[in-house]
Design a protein around this ligand. Structure first.
Ligand SMILES: Cc1ncc(COP(=O)(O)O)c(C=O)c1O
Ligand SMILES: [Zn+2]
Length: 376
């Protein structure tokens, strides 16, 4: 099929990562005909006075979010999460409290934009797979939009995330085996139904990029020196990278932060190589042995002059206990960034200001947390 080209006035198109074929964004397409990943080529606009006059939500960056029609927007007026300084092993770290999103995780950033696009395309039914949080976020936004939704999760997913998915009215399928087995089952379902995938679908990343916009605005339109982020499929890290690059291209910031990507040592395909042996981890949100956009994550970390860190189960547990004892009721997965910062303290200079985030609310994994805190 010959490539399609942007028409005058269009600000965006889908581009294949491998064969460079392009598609109009009015097509309901989540991957290229060649089977490869698509990216969104998009020209964002930033008018600082306009942004600052809008309500404090992630949609204040409306002109930098690739949705054509305001009527398509599916939103709880979420985002612009608070930023709170917490000292970790003597290092002052600015944490975005992204566990405070409506569905309880940062995935709402991506779900809001993705489901808005799905509504705009007139799609009435979707499938999605996840370790639990992206699935519950997509199910929640589909509930608001009245879109029929099937969610696939691994069968060891925290109970509350499963209850949340069914509570929103989505159909839930728990798949035995690994996270990759769940993804394969969803991919099969996606041959018949639109795939609202947070890993494949480029619109998701144009939601998570608002993390970078908010951080820079909250720092007085400056970039942080370092961003420490957990990485499973890299939706936060890659989204943030896109956002920082867009701000730099627009001349609003003059550097991007070094990206410090944190993986659980028990499952660290990007830090240790896909050939390493993997075991279970309490950081269920990043137990991803074959991240779909793995090379893209490696390239982003390298371009930012950042690096990967792995943290042990003991380190994650110690950090979880520390954070919960200070009143931050976060998921075990969210504690990996604190474990990484503690590990690096005194060994590696992290360029200030150091920014990180709490990715998921502890109430999502309360059953697991109570056992972990009791030492079981
Ligand atoms: C609580 C939490 N933190 C971090 C992540 C990592 O996000 P990603 O897989 O997009 O890197 C996830 C993913 O599900 C998560 O649920
Ligand atoms: Zn292609």
């Amino acid at each position: 099929m010959p490539p399609l080209f942007l028409e005058a006035g269009d600000r965006m198109m889908l581009v294949c990562k491998t064969c460079r074929n392009t598609y109009k964004t009015s097509e309901p397409r989540w991957r290229c005909e060649c089977g490869s990943l698509l990216d969104l080529d998009f020209q964002p606009r930033f008018d600082i006075a306009k942004i600052e006059a809008r309500m404090p939500s992630m949609w204040r960056y409306r002109d930098a979010i690739p949705i054509d029609d305001d009527a398509s927007i599916v939103s709880f007026n979420e985002g612009f999460t608070p930023i709170k300084e917490v000292e970790i092993a003597g290092i002052p770290v600015l944490f975005k409290l992204d566990h405070l999103f409506p569905s309880g995780s940062f995935k709402d950033r991506g779900a809001s934009v993705l489901v808005s696009k799905i509504k705009e395309l007139g799609i009435r039914r979707v499938v999605e797979d996840s370790s639990g949080n992206a699935g519950s976020a997509v199910a929640g936004y589909c509930a608001m939009a009245g879109i029929d939704c099937d969610i696939f999760v691994p069968d060891n997913t925290s109970e509350s995330k499963c209850h949340q998915v069914t509570g929103y009215g989505a159909r839930l399928t728990c798949v035995p085996g690994t996270r990759e087995d769940t993804a394969a089952t969803a991919l099969e379902a996606a041959t018949h139904t639109y795939y609202a995938s947070h890993t494949w679908n480029p619109w998701f990343f144009h939601g998570t990029k608002t993390f970078a916009f908010e951080v820079c605005e909250q720092l007085g339109w400056e970039s942080p020196g370092t961003l420490v982020a957990p990485v499973g499929n890299g939706t936060l890290l890659l989204g943030a990278y896109i956002g920082f690059i867009e701000l730099m291209n627009a001349g609003i910031i003059d550097r991007i932060p070094k990206l410090v990507a944190v993986q659980a040592a028990a499952c660290a395909p990007l830090a240790l190589g896909t050939g390493a042996n993997f075991s279970a981890t309490i950081a269920e949100g990043i137990a991803v042995a074959q991240p779909v956009r793995g090379q893209e994550i490696i390239d982003a970390v390298r371009d930012s002059e950042g690096f990967f860190v792995t943290v042990s189960e003991d380190e994650i547990l110690r950090s979880l206990k520390e954070m919960v004892s200070q009143g931050f009721y976060i998921e075990p997965t969210s504690a990996v960034v604190c474990a990484a910062i503690s590990q690096l303290a005194g060994k590696t200079d992290l360029q200030p200001p150091v920014v990180s985030l709490f990715t998921g609310h502890g109430l999502k994994a309360a059953g697991k947390i109570v056992k972990l805190l009791a030492g079981g």
